[in-house]
Design a protein around this ligand. Structure first.
Ligand SMILES: NC(=O)c1ccc[n+]([C@@H]2O[C@H](COP(=O)([O-])OP(=O)(O)OC[C@H]3O[C@@H](n4cnc5c(N)ncnc54)[C@H](OP(=O)(O)O)[C@@H]3O)[C@@H](O)[C@H]2O)c1
Length: 247
């Protein structure tokens, strides 16, 4: 296999850390970015033990201008995975999300990956090769009343991934959207509602890596959520809204 250089944001935890471990081997250079230095170091040690070369960046993605500068200075990437994200739902006993929480969700889950993917798309298109991967969520297809901003950021990311994919195709750059259901990570552990088909992060990462390698444009993990989304799409919108309003 030719040498690969791969960027993963949010590599200090959950799905990002699992993706880093899944890619780590001889001949692979990983750029692992996160906020928490200690957690990131632990993932770096696991990846180096598997033979990968690793560089790190401890960085807050809410600084969009700084993120742009860092990405512009990065080495040529074969794969850029924009994974970092914030979870967040508003408790039922408040009217709405706080403006601060809504802004953080919008910046981390939407602004950062969109700004970052545009920087990398230009660099990859100039070389005529590369693969951009955006980690969305199955919530992109559901107007969740308990998490309006989270669902909206992921719906926006879905539209962005599709549009960017069409634009980049003629330049030899692939764009994939990953839509996880419930994956067992610190983020999902905060969810108190039932979590059907909950999957281990390392299992999900192995599936995601295999499908990225196969060039899949859309990836749903676990697959059962693709079926649920398909059925939900057949329902009249009013009925879907009624069901969601009862959750
Ligand atoms: N787990 C699920 O069930 C699930 C379902 C659907 C979609 N997803 C999506 O999958 C992605 C990964 O989530 P996860 O479950 O692995 O969550 P996680 O374990 O909480 O990890 C989130 C990662 O994002 C990073 N991050 C958060 N805010 C950041 C910021 N301001 N600047 C830089 N990095 C930041 C965190 O860095 P630090 O830890 O260093 O702060 C961490 O590495 C997210 O986009 C999430 O929306 C997850």
């Amino acid at each position: 296999m030719p040498a690969k250089t791969i960027l993963i944001t949010g590599a200090s935890s959950g799905i990002g850390a699992a993706l880093a471990r899944a890619y780590a081997k001889d001949g692979v250079t990983l750029l692992l970015w996160g906020r928490d230095a200690a957690r990131l170091d632990a993932v770096v040690a696991q990846c180096r033990a598997r033979g990968a070369l690793v560089t790190t960046q401890v960085f807050d993605l809410r600084d969009a201008a700084g993120f742009t500068r860092l990405l512009a200075a990065a080495p040529a990437l074969d794969i850029a995975i924009f994974n970092a994200g914030l979870g967040g739902s508003a408790p039922a006993d408040v009217f709405a999300e706080t403006p601060e929480a809504a802004q953080a969700l919008a910046e981390v889950n939407f602004t950062a990956p969109v700004v970052g993917a545009n920087v990398i798309a230009s660099a990859m298109a100039a070389r005529g090769a590369g693969h951009i991967v955006l980690i969305g969520s199955i919530t992109e297809s559901f107007p969740l009343p308990m998490a309006p901003t989270y669902a909206a950021t992921k719906a926006g990311l879905k539209m962005f991934a599709e549009a960017l994919g069409i634009r980049m195709a003629r330049h030899g750059v692939k764009v994939s959207l990953v839509s996880p259901g419930f994956i067992d990570t610190p983020m999902s552990r905060k969810v108190v509602e039932p979590k059907p088909f909950l999957m281990r992060a390392d299992t999900a990462a192995a599936i995601i890596v295999r499908k990225i390698d196969a060039g899949a444009r859309t990836i749903v993990v676990p697959w059962q959520f693709g079926v649920i989304r398909g059925f939900a799409g057949l329902l009249p919108r009013g009925l879907l809204r009624l069901i969601l309003s009862r959750l």
